[in-house]
Write a protein that binds this ligand. Structure first.
Ligand SMILES: CC(C)(COP(=O)(O)OP(=O)(O)OC[C@H]1O[C@@H](n2cnc3c(N)ncnc32)[C@H](O)[C@@H]1OP(=O)(O)O)[C@@H](O)C(=O)NCCC(=O)NCCS
Length: 140
């Protein structure tokens, strides 16, 4: 079987750490695994933080593309999101976002793992006080 790039020893997250949070029982489905929608919302928060800082103000998510769920997330995983700005348009910012699960970090006995669970491209638009697009300001 070919090596899985997400779990290879050399695999590293792409981008800068944007959020870090604990997957709780309330975020799980009846099987005990974490809802995809919860993971997606953490990635959306990562996009909002990253784009908001770059746009220096309000932003809104306009599109989510190329979303892939590679692996399940479990209760007790620490979900870390990483963001890498890939394009800045006139009013929009496209960001590659990955979510990685840090597993077993609270245990002396369980194996520790850092697994890429999802990735996607989030596009956010800089908006003004009326919710209309505004130009992304030049980089400081
Ligand atoms: C975001 C919003 C203000 C954009 O308004 P709009 O009239 O569609 O704006 P425009 O058509 O001028 O597009 C604005 C930018 O978004 C980009 N864009 C629009 N639709 C896109 C799509 N599907 N994928 C990627 N980029 C897109 C445009 O290319 C443009 O980028 P540029 O200025 O860098 O070239 C409006 O669509 C909106 O309010 N959407 C709801 C946002 C929201 O509530 N998000 C949370 C989801 S619950």
């Amino acid at each position: 079987m070919p090596a899985d790039p997400a779990t290879e020893e050399s695999a590293r997250p792409r981008g800068t750490l944007a959020t870090r949070t604990l997957a709780m029982p309330a975020d799980a489905n009846p099987n005990g695994d974490i809802f995809g929608g919860w993971v997606l919302s953490q990635m959306d928060i990562a996009g909002g933080i990253t784009a908001g800082a770059r746009a220096r103000g309000r932003v809104a998510t306009v599109a989510v593309d190329a979303m892939v769920f590679h692996r399940p997330v479990y209760v007790g995983d620490v979900l870390c999101t990483y963001a890498d700005i890939i394009r800045i348009g006139r009013t929009s910012i496209a960001i590659h976002i990955e979510a990685w699960a840090l597993r077993g970090s609270f245990s002396d006995t369980l194996p520790h793992a850092h697994v890429k669970v999802t990735q996607g491209t989030f596009t956010l638009v800089a908006i003004d006080d009326n919710g209309r697009p505004r130009p992304v300001p030049p980089e400081e």
